[in-house]
Design a protein around this ligand. Structure first.
Ligand SMILES: Cc1ncc(COP(=O)(O)O)c(C=O)c1O
Length: 382
């Protein structure tokens, strides 16, 4: 009998647990006739901002929208440069291009996969307006040196916290570690809905007001357009679902941390630590493991992916190509070899199944399949 597959992420697990409450919340919105923005969105914005410790929360259509809104609120546009890592999800850099500015890449720290503060300063020019650290996979960037550089150079820090709702740096949750912070509630995120949704947080009342206007076609008063804004509104159904889930998030993050510790233990127990490099959590941070990303030697990575998939284990490579090597960014004139740490990461990383409800038995199976791969390779090499 073949064992049950282990999914990369069980998107419906939370819906199964909270079905009664979520169904009731959705029905409440359907009956209200208020489909977009309105009281449900306002309540979620307030509750989510409180969770993040921020003064203001502005709901929007997605994490990508959040990044575009943040850049526009800070006045970033044509002729400006924004420093971003090349090893991240596409939207980090595409949002910069979409507002007419130029993404300037700075390489990552190969241990945490996050932007390396030591690489930032050399990229700053008279055109630099902001740096956009991405808290990748659930761990915050090293924010103190980034904030110091930004302050001394007079540039803004925009947190791309799309993958890291609830993550902490020196005891402070992300959401207030920059001028403006951006979150995604895409279905695989730590706080998620069954659709697209996002949030921007800030402590600055003027930026909050501008963000609110930008997401509704740039108008503070209906049909009067102060800015060239967008339709980037948050739907009430998603806000209602997110409100049901928000009180459970802390418990889910604890479970993710426990699951990560179990993976660490199983990898050690199977004597795989010479082959698999486990994720590293810096002591001053709370890693909330949106992904549990291991590294294996490049010659084995794709073969291990195939082996895991063939054995019913859901895996994913985040990300197989760094952003400076993407076709659509060819005009930025970067070359292979420009960012060695990012390029090495694209050859070695592999995300194992990770979600709060994952069981020890499922994780044991994932690690056993990895061990089986290595045994097979060693046998065929002998
Ligand atoms: C680092 C990062 N930034 C931005 C985004 C964009 O978020 P969304 O998919 O909600 O637009 C994502 C989503 O995966 C992400 O991982």
């Amino acid at each position: 009998m073949t064992p049950d597959p282990v999914p990369l992420c069980d998107i419906l697990a939370q819906y199964r647990t909270l079905k009664g409450e979520i169904d009731a919340a959705v029905l409440r919105v359907l009956g209200s006739g208020q489909a977009i923005l309105g009281p449900e969105v306002a309540a979620f914005e307030k509750e989510a901002a409180v969770y993040c410790g921020a003064a203001y929360g502005i709901g929007c259509g997605s994490g990508t929208d959040a990044l575009v809104l943040a850049l526009r609120a800070l006045g970033v546009g044509p002729g400006d440069e924004v420093i971003v890592p090349p090893f991240t999800f596409f939207a980090t850099a595409s949002s910069v291009s979409r507002v007419g500015a130029r993404p300037v890449f700075a390489d990552i720290d190969p241990v945490t996969f996050n932007i390396d503060p030591a690489q930032i300063e050399a990229k700053i020019t008279s055109r630099t307006r902001a740096v956009m650290p991405v808290h990748l996979f659930g761990q915050c960037c090293d924010m103190a040196p980034i904030q110091r550089i930004a302050e001394s150079q007079g540039i803004y820090v925009i947190e791309d916290a799309a993958q890291s709702f609830g993550a902490e740096y020196e005891g402070t949750r992300c959401g207030t570690l920059g001028a403006i912070s951006c979150f995604s509630f895409y279905p695989t995120k730590n706080l998620s809905t069954l659709g697209d949704a996002g949030l921007v947080t800030t402590d600055n009342p003027d930026w909050a007001k501008k963000l609110q206007a930008l997401r509704v076609h740039g108008s503070e008063v209906k049909y009067y357009h102060k800015y060239l804004g967008y339709n980037m509104r948050l739907d009430a159904i998603h806000a209602a679902i997110l409100r049901v889930k928000l009180p459970h998030v802390s418990g889910w993050l604890n479970k993710r941390e426990q699951a990560a510790a179990r993976y660490d233990e199983f990898i050690e127990r199977q004597h795989l630590s010479g082959f698999i490099r486990r994720p590293v959590t810096r002591p001053d941070r709370r890693h909330v493991f949106n992904q549990y990303v291991i590294q294996v030697p490049p010659a084995h990575r794709d073969l291990l992916v195939q082996h895991l998939k063939a054995n019913g284990v859901g895996v994913e490579v985040y990300y197989p190509l760094a952003l400076h090597q993407q076709e659509c960014f060819r005009d930025l004139d970067y070359r292979a070899g420009d960012f060695p740490a990012s390029e090495e990461a694209t050859r070695t990383v592999l995300a194992l199944p990770m979600f709060p409800e994952i069981t020890a038995a499922q994780q044991d199976r994932v690690v056993s399949v990895c061990a089986g791969y290595l045994r097979q390779r060693l046998r065929s090499a002998a």
